[in-house]
Design a protein around this ligand. Structure first.
Ligand code: FE2
Ligand code: FE2
Length: 175
């Protein structure tokens, strides 16, 4: 499934939970940063937020916290080199902490929302800690799913093009 804008924009219940966040200029700047080679950091964050929200709804979890913390989980503008220059730890360990700081300027965070953001890199580094809530577990799993989907998109697109080119050549040869 390609994650297109109309999917989340037409979901009124979801938008009611996050629209105040999506009006913030600083957050919207994430749309200028390439993320996972294929998408932008903002679209990745909305993707994670929306898929997590749908799962949370099914499981009767806190949909609001999941939707909002999902959007805020990668709320940082620094590149890998800038984070390395801070000398505070690995990229995977440091960027969730920066995201919490930026998120707290924008909105009030509950303990649950903070845990979701801080622990979203669970299993990728020892410095992050174990998620305390089911909601945090949902977001960390969805983040990984979305990352794999985004990173593999250019490869899948190239493969599709190659297969269709071969199909065209075969049709020409057999004509
Ligand atoms: Fe992240
Ligand atoms: Fe992420």
């Amino acid at each position: 499934m390609e994650f297109v804008r109309s999917i989340w924009e037409n979901d009124k219940d979801y938008m009611a939970l996050v629209e105040d966040l999506l009006e913030d200029e600083n957050l919207l700047k994430l749309d200028e940063i390439t993320h996972h080679h294929y998408t932008t950091r903002l679209i990745h964050s909305i993707y994670v937020s929306y898929v997590s929200y749908k799962i949370a709804k099914r499981l009767n979890l806190n949909c609001r916290a999941v939707a909002r913390a999902g959007i805020l989980h990668d709320f940082f503008h620094e590149g890998r080199e800038e984070i390395a220059a801070l000398k505070q730890g690995s990229h995977n360990c440091v960027h969730p902490k920066i995201a919490v700081k930026n998120a707290e300027i924008l909105t009030e965070l509950s303990e649950l929302e903070k845990d979701i953001i801080l622990k979203h890199m669970f299993l990728t580094t020892v410095g992050v800690g174990v998620p305390r809530y089911k909601e945090s577990m949902v977001v960390t799993c969805v983040d990984k799913y979305c990352a794999i989907s985004e990173i593999s998109t250019p490869v899948r697109m190239r493969l599709k093009e190659t297969v269709s080119r071969w199909g065209l050549k075969l049709r020409v040869v057999n004509a």
